[in-house]
Design a protein around this ligand. Sequence first.
Ligand code: ADP
Ligand code: MG
Length: 333
Amino acid sequence: MNLRDIGEFGFIDRVAPLGAIRPEGVVKGIGDDCAVMDLGGPDYLLMTTDLLVEKVHFLFQWGSPEVIGAKALAINLSDIAGCGGKPLDAFISLAIPDRIEVEWLDRFYRGMSDIAREYSVNLLGGDTTGSKNDLLINIALTGSVPREEVLFRHTAQAGDIIVLTGHPGDSAAGLEILIGSTDLPVDCAPDLVRAHLEPRPHVKEGRLLAESGACTAAIDVSDGVSSDLGHLCRESGLAAVLYENKLPMTQELMTIATRMAIDPLDFTLHGGEAYVLLAAIRPSRVADLEDLFEQRGCELHPIGEFAPGTGIQLARTDGSTETLAPRGWDHFK
Ligand code: ADP
Ligand code: MG
């Protein structure tokens, strides 16, 4: 059997049952943005890790070493945000091919420590090895969250409103420009390219959702809205409906997608590496959360709702409804 046959998530499902060897203190193991551990204090300990591989996740020519270092930490910060947590301490492991110069690594660490300082994260360790071919970057990050505030994927309720904390299509459109799959020059859409290369982790938004007591579930959008909403639905045992006319899109996305002859909705629904949050909100609290987010300079876009059942429906602006299959990122499909 090939990994293509079961996909990335089929593989994770396969290994998940092997995880719970010593279940005491494990509040959530494999299957959420972070593992959640109860060490007995008022806060839960969060733990997440992400691996970036040259040519799979990034190319050197796309960005400075500082940008690559900052993004490597940002994507881990985003998983802490997905659980409503505050980031704490990071561990950085690198497999480094010969051709990488020390000056490149200095600048990579400068980028990483700048964003670490911004979020008050210590860099406390890691591991360093050689690599025969490509650069591999693995970061593990801890965080904490008051136990009554932790946000899971499996706890959304039927009737909850689905919200986004940003514009999920920008990053994927920026990637399309960077790859050069269209004739558009890289400087034609700086905000889209920046959304891809320099994602801002929504830690502030995650804390606002967690503290509000109005949020029943959350995930960070790394694979794409259709896939990540699929995870929320599957884990919570629910269906969802999304309204096309409520999906947030920037003017730059709409302009550039049109120039690419791609429906901007495709980027918004299926584009990966967005690192905004997708969350479930109690319906009676949506209006006050919208006010709170506005006061704090953050965005909150209601885009649909959860319902009993399975699957995701897309209610089109023309009144028709279609089933939305998860078409977000899977490393093996
Ligand atoms: P995210 O996109 O939020 O980082 P992933 O889709 O990468 O989450 O992973 C989903 C869940 O599967 C997480 O709980 C993660 O820790 C776990 N996971 C991913 N790969 C492995 C693996 N090789 N072995 C064990 N658990 C894994
Ligand atoms: Mg995640």
